[in-house]
Design a protein around this ligand. Structure first.
Ligand code: SF4
Ligand code: SF4
Length: 470
């Protein structure tokens, strides 16, 4: 269909398959100001998070190399991976729920790609090169001193900011303490880290200086999911075609004309919504996968509506059902189902976090060893143990005690084990039980880990003994 032709291609690639550079007009308006406040708040959060400590733990850290994560100050070890996976699943369900209800609102208001692109890099570009018209002119003109100065200035600032972002990224990855240590230790002492930093810098520079909206249009998996998540009741940034087109369609504005009487739509075909769009689309064609719901077109259109004395909201947050049938927002069955799943997952996560102990004990039988007879009818089994301290406190007096049977635990080395914060201690221990206390050849034992006479963790192991005892 001719009307749907725009869906066969993306706005940023021309007929020859070459990139069509987007020069969006500088946005302005109420929603843009709100987005600025939200963005600055989120930028501050993003920069500060790796440097905030809760009980000595980094507020947010994703050390994938050593498989150690810290979320809201809770440290997660590889053994806690199931909790980490659950948090990820909750995040995904939350985003899905949000997308079903509010479309790609996340992209426009919260996504770091949009925030950095629109609120940092693009603003610097406007500051150096000017608004849309001036940028187009500058790119078309031959290289001269002015163009060279502006471009060099822009590229240098972009590189510097990309380098800063790479440092923040590294602080999330390896921890802010280590990053600061490397920074103050000097680059020559940490050449491999410097190399990683420069690689990250190059990636960020490439994304924000050149790849830009292509991330949202062709690279981001979340953007691709939209097609299956949105329905006619999802609230998205939408053009009210009923009002904009009416019987005679959109038409340029003419002074003193009675638009209502002519049957022309409220859209005055000024193209402000198209020129301001950072992904280069025409929202009047309907919901498109390129739209990141940045609201720039809402502001642009409202300004025009105000100028020609027509009601605002020709482009607004609305659902297809709202525009077509004037239907208000409804909490649909799909939304209810997603919310229920989300609540259940949050409940399970809270339970797991509540039950999660500060010290985790793993006690395993030494492979290839059955049992030993000792003096006075004592049967002994040998185990290896690993005590993981997930807190920022140092423990110096950890001790194993047998809970389910009378007997004793003999730790090789010191009976009291010390484990410093966020680390682990491992070793070997013997469990010695009188033969008379054993009823079967294979018994399950409960072992407790004590600190200062307080039970802080329990674990169970299998104990092997001879076939007959009595
Ligand atoms: S269509 Fe509007 S909301 Fe969507 S990306 Fe373009 S300007 Fe932003
Ligand atoms: S800004 Fe509003 S009036 Fe102008 S073209 Fe877009 S929808 Fe029509």
């Amino acid at each position: 269909m001719e009307r749907e032709k725009f869906r066969d291609s993306i706005a940023t690639v021309d007929q020859q398959g070459k990139r069509s550079w987007v020069y969006p007009r500088k946005p302005a308006g109420r929603l843009y100001h709100y987005r600025q406040y939200v963005s600055y708040l989120l930028l501050a959060f993003l920069v500060a998070s790796p440097f905030i400590k809760i009980n000595g733990n980094q507020f947010l850290m994703f050390n994938v190399l050593e498989r150690r994560f810290s979320i809201f100050g809770f440290t997660f070890w590889p053994q806690d991976f199931y909790i980490f996976v659950l948090i990820m699943i909750i995040g995904v369900v939350f985003i899905i729920l949000f997308t079903v209800a509010f479309g790609r609102i996340f992209c426009g208001w919260i996504c770091p790609q949009t925030i950095f692109m629109e609120m940092v890099f693009r603003r610097i570009e406007y500051w150096i090169e000017g608004d849309r018209g001036k940028q187009i002119k500058l790119d078309k003109q031959k290289w001269n001193a002015e163009k060279l100065r502006k471009k060099l200035m822009k590229w240098s600032i972009f590189f510097f900011i990309s380098f800063l972002i790479a440092n923040i990224f590294l602080a999330y990855l390896i921890g802010s303490d280590r990053l600061l240590l490397y920074v103050f230790g000097g680059p020559s002492a940490h050449l491999s880290t410097l190399l990683s930093l420069l690689i990250f810098t190059a990636v960020f520079y490439f994304v924000f200086a050149w790849f830009r909206e292509q991330v949202c249009v062709i690279a981001c998996p979340y953007g691709r999911l939209q097609g299956v998540l949105l329905d006619e009741r999802s609230i998205v940034v939408a053009y009210d075609y009923q009002r904009g087109e009416k019987e005679k369609g959109r038409a340029k504005f003419k002074k003193n004309e009675n638009r209502a009487a002519t049957g022309k739509g409220d859209c005055i075909d000024c193209l402000q919504c198209v020129q301001v769009c950072p992904t280069g689309i025409d929202i009047r064609n309907g919901t498109q996968l390129e739209c990141v719901n940045c609201t720039a077109c809402i502001d642009a259109c409202n300004t025009m509506m105000q100028a020609v004395d027509l009601p605002k909201g020709l482009i607004r947050y609305a659902s297809e059902a709202n525009i077509r049938k004037k239907e208000p927002f409804r909490f649909t069955a799909r939304l209810k189902a997603y919310s229920a799943v989300l609540l259940i997952l949050i409940g399970v996560l809270s339970g797991l976090l509540f039950l999660r102990s500060d010290i985790e004990a793993n006690v395993l039988r030494l492979p290839g060893q059955l049992y030993q007879h000792r003096e006075n009818g004592i049967i002994s089994n040998v185990y290896t143990y690993k005590l993981i301290n997930k807190t920022s406190l140092d423990y110096e007096d950890l001790q194993f005690r047998l809970l389910s049977h009378s007997g004793e635990i003999e730790t090789i080395g010191n009976q009291f084990i010390s484990v410093t914060s966020n680390s682990f201690s491992e070793g070997t221990l013997f469990v010695n039980i009188s033969r008379k206390s054993l009823a079967k050849e294979k018994e399950k034992l409960e072992i407790g880990v004590y600190s200062n006479d307080h039970l802080i963790e329990t674990t169970s192991v299998t104990f092997m003994g001879p076939r007959t005892y009595k």
